[in-house]
Design a protein around this ligand. Structure first.
Ligand code: 5CA
Ligand code: ZN
Length: 415
């Protein structure tokens, strides 16, 4: 699938330190890289509505990770999927009387524009589910063949649905660390079907759904026409494009369970190995009007609408970076105003001909990012330089230029 244009990344002096990230599975700070090449898989959009600030927060957080890793000398292989086969997309298309393909294509195009405006580095592989269907159905066939999965008669139609047998998965629970009660509380709300009769375990994830009338379907080598379940889509795409294990699985905290938990145990069933990703990194939820900002609830602040209203995308980026990725926060217009003021102040200071030397601020940005992607601390390092520049000035001729390039290269903020 076509991604979007890569932003220019200016050169800056030196290199950043090794990057450590907060791993959800262990609760520890872990090195994001264990080799020169770092495989990063970030769960992409389900394209049935426009990019909101919650999505943008997630993609900007992982963009920051990619930038810090490159600055530390690594080669990043970044894979992102597009969930262009899933219930919410089909349901919205039916409700709006449009084809799911047209709805998806339009929203993906808008997402590309939003990401380009926000200076997010595009994935090296931007992969749709539709274009991966053969590999996904082969993964389902492999799980059936090894006995890791089982088939259930669909009941309402001819054909069978296929489920993963969680009882055979010793690693189940290792990603989220949740107990069964916690899992059961959210499973139905997050795409699961605990009420489906005949499953060996109510939490067993759907791998393949037999074709139902009115739903799109693809052939399956063993089980007849249907479509894949959500989690196996990501497992197969990550396997095909990064290999398993890979370094970092990313996404919002709403994906910790079941999505990333199931992705990992399906991988265990496919490979026999227990490690899917070495680290799981999550962006906390961005809220609005007291609830998680969500397409299904409709309480959205859309990036495209802010842009249309003339908001500088760099101010949106600063709004997002002002919050640590592990802290949930709620959007208010005041926060956007504060980000706009910060951008104006940075621009004022960084356009002077001489100012303070950039060394300390550059070191501060790098240290903050390497320490678990602490974006507020990285912004504070720039703020400090800016205050000094505007109040006391400085004689360094290179300082303002170096720091401006560092803001661009490391934070993705063009000043
Ligand atoms: N297609 C699936 C992942 S395979 C999906 O979750 N799509 S999504 O469109 O619902 O979300 C896209 C990304 O944004 C996911 O990583 C999700 O975790 C993240 N996300 C969704 N809502 C929010 C929010 N309110 N705050 C922060 N991140 C969010
Ligand atoms: Zn995913």
């Amino acid at each position: 699938m076509k991604s979007w244009p890569a932003p220019f990344i200016p050169a800056i002096p030196g290199h950043g330190p090794d990057v450590r990230v907060h791993d959800t599975a262990t609760g520890r700070l872990l090195d994001a890289a264990d080799a020169e090449r770092v495989g990063l898989y970030v769960c992409g959009i389900t394209p049935y509505d426009a990019t909101h600030l919650g999505h943008a927060a997630t993609y900007v957080t992982f963009d920051l990770l990619g930038r810090a890793l490159r600055d530390a000398g690594h080669q990043v292989v970044y894979v992102q999927n597009v969930t262009d086969i899933d219930d919410p997309l089909f349901e919205r298309a039916t409700r709006e009387g449009v084809s799911w393909q047209d709805l998806g294509d339009g929203e993906i195009a808008l997402f590309r524009e939003d990401m380009t405006a926000l200076a997010v580095i595009p994935p090296d592989r931007y992969i749709g589910v539709v274009e991966s269907i053969d590999s996904i159905s082969a993964a389902v066939a492999d799980l059936l063949a090894s006995g890791a999965a089982y088939a259930l008669p669909a009941g309402d139609v001819a054909g069978t649905d296929v489920y993963l047998d969680l009882a055979q998965r010793p690693g189940f629970g290792a990603v989220s660390g949740w107990n069964r009660t916690q899992m059961q509380q959210v499973y139905a709300d997050r795409g699961g079907d605990p009420e489906r009769g005949g499953k060996r375990d109510a939490l067993d994830p759907l791998l393949w759904r037999a074709a139902r009338p009115g739903e799109p379907a693809w052939p399956h080598p063993v089980r007849g026409a249907g479509r894949p379940g959500w989690h196996i889509e990501c497992t197969a795409i990550a396997r095909d494009h990064l290999g398993i294990p890979f370094a970092v699985q990313g996404g919002g905290t709403d994906l910790v369970f079941p999505h990333h938990e199931m992705s990992a145990v399906q991988s265990e069933g496919l490979t026999g190995g227990s490690t899917y990703a070495r680290c799981y990194v999550h962006q906390a939820m961005v809220g609005y009007h007291g609830e998680k900002m969500s397409k299904s609830k409709g309480n959205l602040v859309k990036v495209s609408v802010l842009r249309r209203d003339g908001v500088d995308p760099m101010a949106i980026r600063l709004l997002l970076l002002a919050h640590d990725h592990r802290s949930p926060w709620e959007y208010t217009p005041e926060l956007l105003t504060a980000a706009q003021s910060r951008l104006a102040r940075w621009r004022e200071a960084l356009s002077v001909t001489t100012g303070p030397a950039a060394d300390e601020a550059l070191h501060g940005i790098r240290a903050a990012l390497a320490d678990g992607l602490d974006s507020p601390a990285a912004l504070a390092a720039v703020d400090q330089w800016v205050e000094q520049c505007l109040t006391a000035g400085g004689e360094d001729q290179a300082g303002p230029g170096i720091l401006a390039r560092a803001c661009d290269a490391l934070l993705g903020v063009r000043v």
